[in-house]
Write a protein that binds this ligand. Sequence first.
Ligand SMILES: O=C(NC1CCCCC1)[C@H](C1CCCCC1)n1c(-c2ccc(-c3ccccc3)s2)nc2ccccc21
Length: 233
Amino acid sequence: KEKVEITKEQQALVKVVVEAYNRHQIPQDVAKKLLQDQYSAEENFLLLTEMATSQVQVLVEFTKNIPGFLSLDREDQIALLKGSAVEAMFLRSAQVFSKKMPNGHTEVLEERIRKSGISEEFMTPMFNFYKSIGELHMVEEEQALLTTITILTPDRPYVKDQQAVERLQETILDVLRKMCVLQHPQDPQYFARLLGRLTELRTLSHYHAEMLTSWRVNDHKFTPLLCEIWDVQ
Ligand SMILES: O=C(NC1CCCCC1)[C@H](C1CCCCC1)n1c(-c2ccc(-c3ccccc3)s2)nc2ccccc21
């Protein structure tokens, strides 16, 4: 039975990433806001564009703290941000949805999202993903490292030096694998299941542009930043 141990520098890396992840989180209040009132499709669309815009800004700040990210080619940094922003948004949404809430609140939140204006056909894949993330009961280190692994995906469009990104991603994968073994000794498949969620996340993210254009509102207005990130308009 191999003795798994996290090295000093790996501990330091996790600390930097988790602190940055927690520091750069948009206020959790989106769930609270949604629980307070039932909004119209227009108000929900506006809320999403506001949330998404601040999430992208937060993501940029977060990546500055990923060891090695700023040493990548500058255009590759942009390509990684552009390529992972939607996935990071769905992953964050899943984590917000899976947070422990008082009895009945999750059901209300689900109802509000179902009635938010997103067309029906996307609800099943979206909530299947949210629930599969919830079932993992990830600790915050796992959430932060999984988001980092998503950002450091080498095969995003327009990435030139894929090897450099692969090296950074492998560093994070290695420490996450060890943490999973230590955190979930009874479940040797846990790390594999965690990575399997990233495949589900990529599939869900394929629908994002259609989810936006089919939102039940008359006029779909996007900020220039979101046009960049969301491949719309
Ligand atoms: O505010 C939100 N998400 C924030 C994004 C940034 C990070 C924090 C969370 C939205 C709201 C949904 C209801 C209407 C208002 C917006 N949200 C979603 C999304 C469903 C579809 C989404 C999407 C994204 C991109 C493209 C096409 C579609 S996001 N799932 C949630 C689960 C729990 C709490 C909120 C949740």
